[in-house]
Design a binder for this molecule. Structure first.
Ligand code: HEC
Length: 95
């Protein structure tokens, strides 16, 4: 009885810890970039238009351009910008 209760409490604690850890781990990955863009950027340019706009500069110059452009273009936070740029690189990649 005692052992079972302890195991239950330990498992519960571990579950909470894991939930917290996965939250932190996913805070700035490229999946978030897509979520940010869909939530905050597609009111002006839908994804197709964004691809056209974002693909105007040569592939090797884009990241540098976005680093300069995006802080004053609705994306002032560095961690969000990193996530969006990571996603944009993938999104505009020519196959
Ligand atoms: C208020 C409207 C508006 C919002 C909101 C907006 N954009 Fe834009 N964006 C534009 C317009 C207009 C252009 C085209 C500008 C031009 O023709 O140079 C553009 C162009 C761009 C470009 C192309 C830049 C280039 O390389 O020339 C990128 C990348 C971009 N937006 C990303 C974003 C992201 C990411 C967000 C959300 C955080 C966002 N935009 C939100 C209006 C908006």
């Amino acid at each position: 009885m005692n052992v079972n209760l302890n195991q239950t409490i330990t498992a519960f604690g571990l579950g909470l810890w894991l939930a917290g850890a996965s939250c932190i781990a996913s805070a700035a990955d490229a999946g978030d970039g897509e979520a940010i863009v869909k939530a905050r950027c597609t009111s002006c340019h839908n994804l197709e238009k964004l691809k056209v706009y974002a693909s105007r500069s040569p592939e090797d110059k884009r990241v540098a351009k976005w680093e300069k452009f995006l802080p004053s273009h609705n994306l002032p936070k560095a961690d969000e910008r990193a996530a969006v740029i990571a996603w944009l690189v993938d999104f505009t990649k020519t196959p």
